[in-house]
Design a binder for this molecule. Structure first.
Ligand SMILES: [Zn+2]
Length: 368
């Protein structure tokens, strides 16, 4: 009897060991900076363990709202001062400044501010990213393509040089608004593509995406000049329904000179502008006094503002009074065209065909 019991226990132990090791190896955690500020609040409707290093400070069945303040290089909590604080969830979301997130939260002081970093399983992270980056009412195959692209991008950033976090929660990385943004359709898209990623020879790639290309996507190295030859421009005839398919804007010649001068590119009334199709694309710009400047196109677009120059697909002409921009699309126009994915899905293409179209050099594989 005893031996039988021992054998059973050994099997149970082995099973637990294997499943926990397996689970650990399979789960990919991403670290998302969700908030930085001098004061912030944290709370949860469920049980939370609060730790400072290895020391457990509190075990709460429900975490009532706590106010955390920065005091020089420390976090002030009650009478204590700590370098880092970990808030470990037991399955319930934790709210930082009233926004609820899956996973755990680590607080620390960086750059004279409190940093709240969310340690979250990549699949849970995506459940918030997909509806924040694409309309959840769009066809499921477009949502699935978005899920794969967002997963691959997160994985690429995770493999980058380890700092305190892998991604931020805004447009600089991918929009991440927490559990309240989740919808059943986008959760389904994440679930149906679970662990699927795009690779270039086993390396995850920064699978950039944008709203609308307006007819043709752009090589990544034309925009950023980095060695990203695996993401090259393709024709797209699927985004014609986008409200941003074509655009026209203009700005006063003197005003454009003033805007650039304010940003350290000293120029008077503009006389000439040319696009130089180098890697990356550059803008040559000259004023009426013969003074000239050369800027990367993406920097030029950023300085002038997206309200005037909506995408990297544009032509420019200096008119009698104004500088005239005529272009296609919205965004940087590299990688997945979201309105194109929408159009392809409506025509019956699968998410695999959509990804194959926009990333012809990449392979779709299960994450390893
Ligand atoms: Zn397109």
């Amino acid at each position: 009897m005893k031996i039988k019991n021992l054998v059973f226990r050994s099997f149970l132990l082995l099973f637990l060991l294997l499943t926990s090791t397996y689970g650990f190896a399979q789960s990919k955690i991403v670290r998302v900076l969700v908030c930085k500020s001098n004061t912030l609040t944290i709370s949860s409707q469920g049980p939370v363990i609060v730790k400072a290093g290895n020391k457990i400070l509190k075990r709460e069945k429900r975490l009532e709202e706590i106010v955390l303040k920065r005091k020089s290089n420390f976090i002030k909590l009650g009478r204590g001062r700590y370098k880092t604080l970990d808030f470990i969830s037991k399955g319930f979301p934790i709210s930082v400044n009233d926004k609820a997130y899956s996973g755990n939260i680590r607080m620390s002081v960086r750059q004279k501010q409190l940093f709240a970093v969310n340690y979250v399983d990549i699949e849970s992270y995506l459940k918030s990213v997909v509806p924040s980056e694409m309309f959840s009412t769009w066809p499921i195959e477009a949502l699935k393509a978005q899920a794969v692209v967002a997963r691959t991008y997160a994985l690429y950033r995770r493999a980058g040089p380890s700092k305190e976090y892998d991604l931020c929660s805004g447009v600089k990385s991918q929009m991440y608004k927490g559990v309240d943004s989740e919808t059943s359709r986008t959760n389904m898209a994440v679930y149906l593509t679970e662990k699927m990623c795009l690779y270039d020879n086993r390396k995850p790639v920064p699978t950039y995406f944008h709203s609308t290309c307006g007819g043709h996507t752009i090589n990544a190295d034309s925009v950023w000049g980095k060695a990203l030859d695996s993401i090259e421009g393709v024709d797209c005839k699927f985004c014609k329904d986008s409200p941003h398919y074509k655009w026209k804007k203009s700005i006063g010649r003197k005003k454009l000179g003033k805007i650039l001068s304010k940003k350290w590119y000293e120029l008077g009334k503009i006389k000439k502008i040319m696009i130089v199709k180098d890697k990356p694309y550059r803008i040559f710009i000259e004023d009426k006094y013969g003074k000239s400047q050369v800027l990367d196109m993406s920097k030029f677009r950023f300085l002038v503002g997206s309200e005037i120059i909506r995408s990297n697909n544009f032509k420019v002409k200096v008119g009698w009074f104004r500088v005239k921009f005529k272009g296609n699309g919205w965004g940087h126009c590299v990688g997945l065209c979201q309105w194109g994915a929408h159009g392809m899905a409506l025509k019956g293409y699968s998410y695999k065909q959509i990804l194959q179209h926009y990333y012809p050099n990449l392979d779709l594989k299960r994450m390893f």
